[in-house]
Write a protein that binds this ligand. Structure first.
Ligand code: MRU
Length: 400
């Protein structure tokens, strides 16, 4: 049976908001998946910038798409310019700002710059402002479609490397949710599964934000691909047991020498793969290759809030089991959301949703005021990478 892609939702799309008829960027909020599947609509740059920073939308190719859409969104909903010159200056500033919302994934600045450069090119040909505005909206949507097409090619090339009966391992979510659709590693998995070659996927948990545990496992299960979750620290032992035929991971930036910057934990997986002679493949569109970065030391590594490590976040819906509980939550949420703070810095936000109640909570699990180091990415040296799979084929890292 092929992968049931109908069950895997899209992560980002451009559309008109039903309430005010104005354009917006719609995203499936990945901070709340899989327990709450909420679609958010952003109509202003501030909002979408925050969604990027908070990782409601995430994954390098998805960030490229959303960055392109963010520039177009500003042009549609916030630019008051009536002349091409000041509009272009605004586009430059917005592209610069959105490109820096997160520092490591090159796709973010790539997507923003692509729209900016197109705006300049069209303006040089003398196109009037309304036509320019329409054209950049169309380009942003085209970038989303191109991303999906790239992924399908990555899937076709990558699946050739998967042998019948393969048990593969992956890290983080480089699945459909991390792209406009279908994923990079996701594409390889879904294609190989459709070809009846893939037996099983080991999904690395991906501490601290659990993109593997929350997102990759969820989309694989939705698509009907057999998978099992392991913590990051179990990966080497699973390889040692002989249960892994190949490893496929995504990338946030690939340097000119083939070094791969990807989710923290990728490096340890690659080192273990080398030790156990398991091929280690990186799947990414060409837009993830940064020829200006000679090697991994040139890439800024995002440092994230220590609270991601100091505790855990839970989000979900509350189903009261009796009247007393319902009444208690009614009272609590009488005047809207209620933020509850507990001793030990735990906190919980309770609110009404779809005739019931929902919550977002954060619980501290470490000693208070513990110093924390929380880099979001690491650098896997090119010599640990067997091959890099892009939409144009399978490349040796040294051949980049
Ligand atoms: O911090 P995130 O969740 O945006 O990091 C995502 C990753 O590291 C992915 O592996 C990478 O972006 C490739 S996604 C196709």
């Amino acid at each position: 049976m092929p992968a049931d892609m109908e069950k895997v939702p899209r992560s980002i799309w451009w559309g008109n908001n039903e309430e005010n008829g104005k354009p917006g960027i719609f995203i499936l909020d990945q901070t709340r998946l899989p327990l709450v599947g909420e679609v958010l609509c952003f109509q202003q740059l501030n909002g979408i910038e925050l969604a990027i920073k908070s990782m409601a939308v995430r994954g390098a190719p998805a960030l490229g798409v959303v960055a392109a859409m963010a520039v177009a969104l500003w042009s549609e909903n916030e630019s008051l310019d009536t002349e091409v010159g000041p509009w272009l200056a605004g586009i430059d500033a917005v592209a610069e700002r959105i490109g820096q919302a997160r520092p490591t994934a090159i796709n973010l600045s790539w997507g923003a710059r692509r729209v900016r450069d197109y705006a300049h090119l069209l303006a040089e040909s003398g196109a009037p402002l309304p036509a320019l505005k329409l054209s950049i909206v169309a380009l942003a949507q085209k970038i989303a479609m191109e991303d999906e097409a790239c992924n399908r090619s990555i899937g076709a090339h990558g699946a050739e490397l998967v042998n019948p009966g393969a048990r593969i391992m992956t890290h983080c979510n480089a699945g459909s949710l991390a792209t406009a659709y279908y994923g990079t590693v996701g594409a390889v998995i879904y294609t190989a599964f459709d070809q009846n070659k893939l037996e099983h996927v080991w999904v690395g948990e991906t501490r601290p934000l659990n993109q593997g545990a929350r997102l990759m496992s969820w989309e694989l299960m939705a698509a009907g691909v057999p998978c099992a979750l392991i913590t990051d620290s179990m990966a080497a032992s699973v390889m040692q047991s002989g249960w892994v035929n190949a490893i496929f991971v995504g990338a946030d930036r690939i340097c000119a020498n083939g070094d791969v910057v990807n989710k923290i934990g990728t490096l340890s997986m690659a080192i273990a793969a080398k030790r156990f002679n398991i091929p280690f493949y990186v799947c990414a569109p060409n837009s993830t290759i940064d020829k200006t970065a000679s090697d991994g030391s040139q890439v800024p590594i995002e440092q994230r809030d220590g609270r991601e490590l100091a505790g855990f976040t839970v989000t979900g819906t509350i189903v009261p089991t009796d009247d007393t509980v319902s009444k208690a939550f009614d009272l609590l949420t009488e005047s809207g959301e209620k933020l509850l703070r507990f001793k030990g810095k735990h906190k919980m936000n309770v609110y009404r949703r779809d005739g019931g109640y929902a919550f977002d909570a954060w619980f501290q699990t470490t000693p208070l005021n513990l110093p924390i180091y929380n880099p979001a990415f690491d650098v896997t040296p090119a010599d640990l990478v067997t091959a890099i799979i892009t939409e144009t084929g399978v490349h040796k890292p040294a051949d980049l």
